[in-house]
Design a protein around this ligand. Structure first.
Ligand code: ATP
Length: 449
């Protein structure tokens, strides 16, 4: 089995597979694309929805103290003053004075920053501050009173609903609020496919705790989040923690760790776990004039909760899952198969169903079996071409199971069940296919782990 490499060619193969097989297309493709914006095709939207559902289940259904929320993208402009985004959400932009290529100053090496030279060795322009928020106007009149921003993170929608949730749900501290949604940042440099885009999706969970327990819950959530990546089938050797040093900490944070993943272009951030202290609720209380303290009526104590944040990119997670799953595997003499080893829970299609041949009633029988499985799984019916090629097409899009209906099915009611990773084939009675797939999904471990 080939190990994924830090290699631009792997990235190119993933981008090309995504386009060829309908995972991800450039936005407005027929017009030549729009830099850094991407559309999720039939398989891509299934994959993204499943990753989201996996996270949602993990963070809400499996925790009775975490509730969900879906806040609006546009919020009162004061929110972004209170949060510090109007004042501080800047990146430093520098330009290569010869090629005019732009860079984020903090993305250059220490040596380049010190010498003020670009990666090509040319002199850089003086750093300029650049606010990342997209600004627009609400209503027909463009005046400053109508200015709104497209949210650059989903977190603030959670903080401003803290009081609503406490008053209407039966939550008691410690508790969390989870949200998945779009966020927008006018990034100076967008690159690496869907890794850094101006429009993206985040999966955030904000956990409200007693100030004396912040460190305990911070450690708890760090452990939980790493365990999640194992559950979703990511190779542990491709994940690591990176702690923010004192000079890197955001203005609101007491402690911050990033989960980094070994992408084909190197180690990069996937998720942040932050101890945000009481900064957010205190600031919103100050700017809104509302009381955002929490009353613990059992201990008769009133306080501003601390917040432990887990903030992951959904679209960035999709790229990680594609990169981790992608393999070109040597099978036999000079033969290589491309396979996406998705965890069965996130694979866009769970079962491929094929008749061995189109004739002798096998197509009809296969169709019937496929319809029977639809209630339980996402299925794909394919009767075109040699059976080996049909298997390979499903390997390439990461379908974990395929079943083939042949003459023996007519005689004794059994089908061939083929497993994507091992390519093992077993005979199973039709009535047991569903249970077998569920069992294999539950026990799924990626090969080599
Ligand atoms: P960076 O320093 O790389 O710009 P950040 O530290 O500002 O990122 P956060 O504000 O912590 O990122 O956002 C939380 C998560 O949201 C990130 O870990 C990432 O997964 C995702 N994310 C942030 N910006 C983008 C983007 N432009 N495109 C895609 N995902 C993003």
């Amino acid at each position: 089995m080939s190990e994924p490499r830090v290699d631009p060619k792997v990235m190119e193969s993933i981008v090309s597979l995504c386009k060829r097989r309908g995972f991800i297309f450039p936005s407005s493709d027929i017009y030549g694309g729009l830099s850094s914006a991407w559309d999720y095709g039939p398989l891509g939207v299934e994959l993204k929805n499943r990753v989201e559902r996996f996270w949602w289940r993990e963070m809400t259904q499996l925790h009775d103290e975490i509730v969900g929320l879906d806040a609006a993208i546009m919020m009162h402009p004061r929110v972004w003053e209170a949060s510090g985004h109007v004042e501080n959400f800047d990146d430093l932009l520098v330009e290569d004075t010869v090629t005019n290529e732009r860079f984020r100053f903090d993305h250059l090496s220490a040596e380049q920053r010190e010498k003020m030279v670009s990666p090509a060795g040319n002199p850089l322009s003086a750093p300029r501050k650049f606010n990342l928020m997209f600004k627009t106007h609400l209503g027909p009149v463009e005046e400053s009173a109508s200015t709104v921003y497209l949210r650059p993170e989903t977190a603030q929608g959670i903080y401003v609903n803290f009081k609503n949730v406490v008053q209407t749900s039966r939550v008691r501290i410690p508790f969390g609020i989870a949200q998945v949604g779009k966020a927008f940042r006018n990034e100076i440099v967008t690159k690496n496919f869907i890794f850094r885009t101006c429009e993206f999706e985040q999966m955030e969970m904000q956990y409200f705790v007693h100030p004396s327990e912040d460190e305990k819950w911070f450690d708890f959530w760090r452990a939980e989040r790493m365990a999640y990546y194992d559950k979703i089938g990511i190779r542990p050797t491709h994940l690591r923690w990176k702690e923010h040093g004192p000079d890197e900490l955001a203005h609101y944070a007491k402690a911050a760790f990033d989960v980094e993943y070994l992408f084909p272009f190197g180690w990069s951030e996937l998720e942040g776990v932050h101890n945000r202290t009481d900064f957010d609720l205190s600031r919103h209380a100050e700017y809104s004039g509302k009381d955002l303290t929490y009353l613990d009526d059992q201990n008769n104590e009133r306080y501003v909760p601390y917040i432990i944040e887990t903030s992951a990119g959904l679209t960035r997670s999709v790229l990680m899952i594609l990169a981790d799953a992608y393999e070109e595997e040597a099978v036999g003499e000079g033969d290589v198969r491309t396979v996406l080893r998705f965890h069965p829970e996130v694979a866009p299609i769970t079962v491929g169903v094929f008749p061995l041949v189109k004739k002798d009633g096998l197509s009809e029988l296969a169709r019937d079996i496929e319809r029977g499985l639809r209630e339980s799984f996402t299925t794909f019916y394919d009767q075109g071409g040699a059976i080996g090629r049909r298997y390979r097409r499903q390997d390439e899009i990461g379908t974990p199971y395929c079943i083939t209906i042949d003459y023996e099915t007519k005689e004794n009611g059994t089908v061939t069940l083929r497993f994507r990773d091992s390519m093992e084939q077993i005979r199973v009675p039709v009535g047991e296919v569903e249970a077998k797939i569920r069992e294999a999904t539950k026990a799924y471990r990626r090969v080599g782990l």
